[in-house]
Design a protein around this ligand. Structure first.
Ligand code: ATP
Ligand code: MG
Length: 458
């Protein structure tokens, strides 16, 4: 951690903006996550400036200003392609709903503004014009000790805004910090308040946690403190859920390891989190071997994931991708697969999902905690065989066929209807089986020699 800030580390626009406010007689403090991240030596984004100037006074200082959140005292100052949020010092607020302040009031001192912030490490401000810090809650000490501690009494601060405990869990992962013990002890009392937080805000925090190196850290905090019981209790059923002899860990630990190993986009990480959600309820002993089985856990899991992702307002694209990965995550590849089997797999999963699926499968295998060299080799072999099929331009959907719907209608004497789609899919199945059939004449011959009842024709 660094204890000074070099002006060269700041975007020139922020410095310019601060100087402008200072020359008009106001204070300008860079504050919040960007200062925390800068001191930690991490890439900072979202440069937020706090000032004692009112929004109207700020507007007078700059040419291009957008009143983005004027009711909260925030305006956005535009500078070329950059933009910065400038917020008037705000004081502690009363929260009767545990979510949003009833009303906002402005204060004159930066320290009073810092007092309303959630964690000490988020309550450090830096004045770049005079090169000075405002750090009334010793945030820099906590940064050094990698400790997450609330500003003021934890129970009171969590009582104001139930989201803060989830932010705390998320920061444990993104900053790789530990909760200070009194702060953690107050999580339990804040759960009732946390229940009132909107699901969109919960979703956003989960997705932010997924961007860290070790998201499991956030989920372990959530499990320990009761947050998970409220948000996704089905995951808790994984704790102590023992698996078959190929696994060293219970489903929960395996899931946490998969999550950390699947170092990809937040969406893929969500799939890693949810991939075995169907396991606890599908677990049964095999009569033959006496070992645990989890038949159909991937499709039960996909249904569970779909419901939950809908509830938590994930976008339909995100939901579709995550559910698809959960549904197909169990790849039972063996070298005995024929080329046609590889093509059927590619067709079933869809070319755009192959890479994410193989990444998830690799993490899933590595997370077993047993020697897995053979399984990794098999996945690598599958990857190569898929590449071969792709470079051979194998037909994977009906658009890739050498004939189209019109040709089919003509050949069948049809005026259009469900039989056309059925016939095209039949031809695709034939071509996936035997790619050399994908020639116009061959397809037409295959079509006319097939039993028309296959397509629903008499
Ligand atoms: P990141 O941008 O990495 O998610 P951040 O700390 O910058 O983290 P923001 O949501 O951008 O988080 O908020 C900016 C600052 O506003 C925080 O650093 C904190 O000082 C304050 N803040 C944000 N949310 C809350 C909250 N729920 N309660 C109190 N203060 C908050
Ligand atoms: Mg931020």
């Amino acid at each position: 951690m660094q204890d000074r800030i070099d002006r060269a580390q700041l975007p020139p626009g922020v410095l310019k903006l601060s100087r402008k406010l200072a020359s008009a007689g106001y204070e300008a403090w860079i504050v919040g996550g960007c200062i925390r991240d800068l001191l930690l030596g991490r890439a900072a984004s979202d440069w937020d400036v706090a000032t004692n100037a009112t929004p109207t006074q700020v507007q007078r200082c700059f040419r291009r200003v957008v009143p983005t959140g004027i009711q909260h005292g925030t305006v956005t100052v535009l500078d070329g392609s950059e933009s910065y949020e400038v917020t008037t010092f705000r004081g502690e607020e009363s929260y009767s709903d545990g979510r949003r302040p009833d009303r906002v009031h402005f204060v004159d001192q930066i320290d009073a503004d810092l007092a309303r912030r959630d964690y000490t490490v988020n309550a450090i401000a830096y004045d770049p014009v005079h090169d000075r810090f405002a750090d009334p809650f010793d945030g820099r000490r906590d940064l050094l000790q990698k400790t997450l501690r609330t500003v003021g009494i934890p129970a009171e601060r969590f009582g104001e805004d139930g989201l803060r405990i989830l932010r705390g869990a998320r920061f444990c992962a993104t900053l790789d910090f530990e909760l200070e013990s009194e702060t953690e002890a107050a999580f339990e009392g804040a759960l009732a308040n946390f229940r009132r937080v909107s699901r969109e805000r919960v979703r956003d925090e989960w997705l932010k946690a997924m961007k860290s190196n070790k998201p499991s850290k956030a989920f372990e905090v959530m499990r320990r403190t009761g947050i998970l019981e409220i948000t996704l209790p089905e995951l808790l059923d994984q704790c102590g859920c023992e698996q078959n002899r190929h696994h060293a860990f219970d489903v929960w630990t395996h899931t946490m390891r998969t999550l950390d190993l699947c170092d990809a986009s937040p969406t893929e990480r969500m799939a890693a989190l949810l991939h075995d959600i169907g396991k606890p309820q599908t677990r049964a002993r095999s009569e033959k071997t006496g070992d645990w089985t989890f038949h159909n856990h991937e499709s039960i899991g996909a249904q569970m994931a779909d419901r939950w992702l809908r509830d938590y307002r994930f976008s339909s694209d995100e939901r579709a991708q995550i559910v698809h990965l959960v549904r197909h995550h169990l790849i039972c590849y063996t070298p005995e697969w024929s080329d046609a089997a590889v093509r059927r797999f590619l067709q079933r999963v869809g070319p755009t999902h192959i890479e994410p699926l193989l990444r998830l499968a690799r993490a899933d295998v590595l997370a077993k905690g047993r020697p897995v060299d053979q399984e990794l080799d098999a996945l690598q072999e599958l990857r190569l065989r898929i590449e071969q099929e792709r470079s051979a331009n194998s037909a994977l959907n009906v658009q890739d066929l050498a004939i189209n719907g019109k040709d089919v209608m003509r050949a069948l004497g049809s005026r259009g209807g469900p039989e056309v789609g059925r016939a095209l899919r039949f031809l695709l199945d034939c071509v996936v089986e035997r790619p050399e059939l994908n020639e116009r004449e061959d397809l037409l011959r295959t079509l006319t020699s097939a039993d028309p009842s296959r397509f629903g024709l008499k």
